[in-house]
Design a protein around this ligand. Sequence first.
Ligand SMILES: Cc1cc2nc3c(=O)[nH]c(=O)nc-3n(C[C@H](O)[C@H](O)[C@H](O)COP(=O)(O)OP(=O)(O)OC[C@H]3O[C@@H](n4cnc5c(N)ncnc54)[C@H](O)[C@@H]3O)c2cc1C
Length: 91
Amino acid sequence: MFETLPVNPKRAWAGLYEMTPDHHPVLGPVPDVPGFYLANGFSGHGVMHAPATGRILSDLILSGETDLIEASLLHLSRFAENKMIEETAVL
Ligand SMILES: Cc1cc2nc3c(=O)[nH]c(=O)nc-3n(C[C@H](O)[C@H](O)[C@H](O)COP(=O)(O)OP(=O)(O)OC[C@H]3O[C@@H](n4cnc5c(N)ncnc54)[C@H](O)[C@@H]3O)c2cc1C
């Protein structure tokens, strides 16, 4: 049914979700690369998380810690250490 509908490419666009293996962002410093911080992999909720992300990242850059969340849970190393966060509501 849908395959027979006409499509005007000028009125169509696509956006790809940037997914991580546990569907949560990578947030914080990169080990062994001083001064390089990550804030990516937000899947389908990066706009909603943007204000908190800015606050957390500025805290981490300025003082190395934040009282907003347990930021170590979102560290890049969680994948290599098999400490991924279980997520049941994937968006
Ligand atoms: C279809 C869709 C629907 C979504 N709906 C929602 C929603 O309802 N609510 C919500 O909160 N979130 C939603 N999201 C997710 C949200 O859009 C993203 O999580 C958010 O935009 C990510 O922001 P960002 O700044 O991390 O990355 P991006 O917005 O992807 O920005 C990265 C920028 O870096 C640029 N770039 C890439 N490589 C280079 C390079 N080598 N040099 C220079 N620049 C580079 C890119 O051009 C881009 O401008 C949706 C995403 C998609 C795809």
